[in-house]
Design a protein around this ligand. Sequence first.
Ligand code: NAG
Ligand code: NAG
Length: 327
Amino acid sequence: MANFSPTTLQLLLQLLLFSLAYSVLEAEYENNGVGESLLDESSTRPSRLSSPARRHNATCCVLERKMTKIGTSEATGEDTLVDVGHCRRRCRGRRRHMKKAELERLMRENPTVDPRTLFMLHSGRGRGVDSCHEEEVCLPSAWRMEHFMTRQGQVSVTVTESCQCQVRAHSCRRQPRSVTLHKDTPLQTTLDLGNCQGHCSEDLECRATKSRSVSVEGPNGAECVSIVEECGCEASCYRATLYHHLYNYTIMGSPQSQVIDVGTCVGECDNITPEDHCISRESSGGCVMSLVKKSFHCSPTGLQHLHYQHKDGSSRTLVVVTRCGCQ
Ligand SMILES: *[C@@H]1O[C@H](CO)[C@@H](O)[C@H](O)[C@H]1NC(C)=O
Ligand SMILES: *[C@@H]1O[C@H](CO)[C@@H](O)[C@H](O)[C@H]1NC(C)=O
């Protein structure tokens, strides 16, 4: 039989206790690995032992303040700041130092755990972990529309009202976007205005390719609200759907009601340098003559002419945009 000295035994016992404490910690974490627990300075919830590296719960996916300048106040001439809200993508990082009282509280609440272990787990620096599961992302789940009068005119601002862990959109597609208009007034109404989200290849962005406008009742009469219907990966200047409804009298006596997508060009062209089209340069390198105008507009680069007949027999032409570009 092995002959242990009392000090060796004591050491072994300490080691055993230490590993036992650790498994308790692990078990506690598995059961309720939630929330900011005592890592969050603003938290008043009871302390919980959690290891941020393995936490998978949505308790950090919350709404935060985000002050944004929307214009200049008509009355004061100062910047008008609005809290547009923001969904927290990451849990707050761990705090660097632990106060004595905090450690004492932890020791009271976890009497079986070595204070050194408690200190190790709950102090030190650390980057916050993601607010949601790997496949999900903390995104707004409800918005409200607010209007503000500024020196630049009336500004409509979409304010985030709540956040939720949502499955990350892989490919570009339309996502629901529930927006409340005229909140807390007798005219309150909630509409799904849609949103384009998801991944696109380089140089392209997920944008609305088809929209529809609806009217909602406002305090000053009907208001027009645009609803996204379809999305696609598009460059900064692109063709979007725009319908035209007409009666085609080509076959006399039986007019046909036709809905035609005449298209429209939307987007911006400011990231293109006219220098690309320079045909004559100064010795210094400046452009003297260019094939294109300096100002670029997103406009049709491809058109198609469709013919139809009007009620009185006259011939009409409908111009359809087939392509858009910066020119
Ligand atoms: C987070 O965990 C708590 C407690 O285990 C649970 O009640 C809650 O539903 C979880 N939240 C999410 C979004 O999974
Ligand atoms: C009008 O109708 C004629 C005959 O059906 C057709 O050929 C023509 O393309 C139509 N025009 C338009 C603008 O659709």
